[in-house]
Design a protein around this ligand. Structure first.
Ligand SMILES: Cc1cc2nc3c(=O)[nH]c(=O)nc-3n(C[C@H](O)[C@H](O)[C@H](O)COP(=O)(O)OP(=O)(O)OC[C@H]3O[C@@H](n4cnc5c(N)ncnc54)[C@H](O)[C@@H]3O)c2cc1C
Length: 386
C-alpha cells in the first residue's frame, strides 16, 4: 500500500475542490486533490454560471480561457408559471451557460497548473483521524493509496458514502427532492432566446432551460416527489400537460430530443443545515450546504467558500492559530457570507413548490413584474458585482 504525505488533502474535484486546492496552494501549502471520476464528466446542474463565478474567474486570471470555451451569455430571466402569464426581466448582470463537463475540467486544469497534485480517478473510501492529522484511504485502478495530511477538506458534493462514515446526521435521509438534467440540441426548442434563462413551474417542480455551449440547451428540473413511480421523462410530459408555455417550448421535436438524451440525476437532495466542520474536516461547496438551485448560485457559493477557506489558511500560515480557532472562524465567516442567500433561495423554492403560494405570487408578479428582479437580487452576493 503506497503512502504519501501532504499538508492538505482535498476530496472531490468539482468547483469547490478545484478552487479550494488552488487557493490553498497559493497560500503556500502542499495539496493533494482526489477525484473519483475521469474528466471531462457531466453532472447534474442547470449550468447557469452567475456573476459571482465570473468575478472569481477574472480574479484568478482565467476569464479568457473560460470565454474560449464558447459559453452562452445570459442577461434575461423569464418566469413561465403554470397558472399565469410569462414575465421577463433583465437580470441586471451577465451570466453564462456552459456545460459542466467543460467548466469543471477547466477549473481542475487551472489547479494542476498552479501546483495542486491530483489523483484521478481515485475514490476516497475512508478518512481517519490519526495523531497530527488525517489518513485518507483512496481506491485507484492500481490499488489502494493512502494519503497522510495535517488537514483534510471535504469537497465531495451533496452526498457521498463518506457522510455515513463520518456519521453526519442527514446521511441516508429521504428528502424526496430529486434533480434531473438533459442536454438537447438548441434547435429542438421553440422560443428560448439565446440570452435568456427560463424557469417553468408545475405541480411540485420547477424546470430551468437555457442555452449552453456548442448549440446545446440544458433542461434541468427539481421535483418534490410524493411517490417514486414517475420516471424523469414522464415528469416532463406531466409538466407539458400542466404548463402551456412548457408545452409550446418542447412540442413534438423537443420531447423527441429529450427521449434520446442521457439522464443525469440525483435523488434525495438534502437542503437542510450541515456541520461545516465535521470531525476536523473542513467542508466546502455542497458538502458544506446545498442552496436551492433556483438561485443558480451553487457554483458561485462553492467557489466563494473555497476562496474564504484559502484566505483563512493563508492568514493561519503566518499567525499559527489553533485548529479550533480556524474552525470557529471558518464557520462564522461562512455563515455571514451565505446566510441571507440561503434563506432567500429556500423561501422562493417553498413558494414554487406550493400551488396556492405559486398562484398568489404569479398574480402579484402580473401586476408588479419588477418584484421578480427584487426576488432574484435577494439570492445574490451583492458585494461582488461585475
Ligand atoms: C437541480 C440542480 C440544478 C442546479 N443548477 C445550478 C446552476 O444552474 N448554477 C449553479 O451555480 N448551481 C447549480 N446547482 C448547484 C451546483 O450544481 C452545485 O452547488 C455545485 O456543483 C457544487 O460544487 P461542489 O464542487 O461542491 O460539488 P460537485 O460539483 O458535486 O463536485 C463534487 C466532486 O466530488 C467527487 N467525489 C465525490 N465523492 C468522492 C470521493 N469519495 N472521492 C473522490 N471524489 C469524490 C465527485 O465525483 C465530484 O466531481 C444545481 C443543483 C441542482 C440540484
Amino acid at each position: 500500500m503506497a503512502e504519501s504525505v501532504y499538508d492538505i488533502v482535498v476530496i472531490g474535484g468539482g468547483p469547490a475542490g478545484a478552487m479550494a486546492s488552488h487557493y490553498l496552494v497559493q497560500a503556500g501549502y502542499s495539496v493533494c486533490l482526489v477525484e473519483r471520476r475521469s474528466f471531462p464528466r457531466e453532472t447534474l446542474c442547470g449550468e447557469f454560471l452567475s456573476h459571482e463565478v465570473i468575478g472569481i474567474l477574472r480574479d484568478i486570471g482565467v476569464e479568457n480561457e473560460f470565454l474560449a470555451l464558447g459559453p452562452s451569455p445570459i442577461s434575461r430571466f423569464t418566469l413561465c408559471t403554470d397558472r399565469g402569464p410569462i414575465i421577463s426581466e433583465s437580470l441586471g448582470f451577465t451570466a453564462f451557460g456552459l456545460k459542466r463537463g467543460a467548466f469543471d475540467q477547466m477549473l481542475l486544469k487551472t489547479a494542476i497548473h498552479r501546483g495542486v497534485h491530483v489523483l484521478q480517478p481515485a475514490e476516497a473510501e475512508a478518512v481517519n483521524r490519526v495523531e497530527n492529522g488525517f489518513k485518507t484511504v483512496c481506491r485507484m485502478h492500481e490499488g489502494i493509496q493512502t494519503l497522510q495530511s495535517r488537514w483534510c477538506v471535504g469537497a465531495y458534493g451533496k452526498s457521498s458514502p463518506l457522510d455515513k462514515q463520518l456519521r453526519r446526521p442527514f446521511a441516508g435521509v429521504r428528502s424526496r427532492i430529486n434533480g434531473i438534467k438533459f442536454h438537447v440540441p438548441s434547435a429542438s426548442l421553440a422560443g428560448v432566446d439565446a440570452d435568456e434563462i427560463r424557469i417553468y413551474t408545475g405541480p411540485g417542480m420547477y424546470c430551468g432551460v437555457n442555452h449552453v455551449d456548442g448549440g446545446v440547451a440544458t433542461i434541468c428540473f427539481l421535483e418534490q416527489r410524493a411517490d417514486d413511480t414517475l420516471p424523469p421523462r414522464a415528469r416532463l410530459r406531466e409538466l407539458m400537460a400542466e404548463n402551456k408555455h412548457f408545452e409550446r417550448l418542447l412540442g413534438v421535436t423537443g420531447i423527441a430530443a429529450v427521449d434520446h438524451a442521457t439522464v443525469y440525476g440525483t435523488g434525495n437532495i438534502f437542503f437542510g443545515r450541515r456541520n461545516l466542520v465535521e470531525d476536523g474536516i473542513f467542508m466546502v461547496g455542497d458538502a458544506g450546504r446545498v442552496i436551492a438551485p433556483l438561485a443558480g448560485d451553487g457554483i458561485g457559493m462553492a467557489m466563494q467558500g473555497a476562496r474564504l477557506l484559502g484566505r483563512l489558511f493563508r492568514a493561519d500560515m503566518s499567525a499559527g492559530s489553533s485548529s479550533t480557532d480556524l474552525e470557529t472562524e471558518y464557520c462564522a465567516e461562512w455563515d455571514k457570507l451565505f446566510r441571507n442567500r440561503l434563506r432567500s433561495a429556500a423561501a422562493l423554492q417553498r413558494i414554487l413548490f406550493s400551488a396556492p403560494l405559486r398562484r398568489a405570487a404569479s398574480s402579484l408578479l402580473a401586476i408588479y413584474p419588477r418584484l421578480l428582479i427584487r426576488a432574484i437580487s435577494l439570492t445574490r452576493d451583492r458585494s461582488h458585482r461585475p
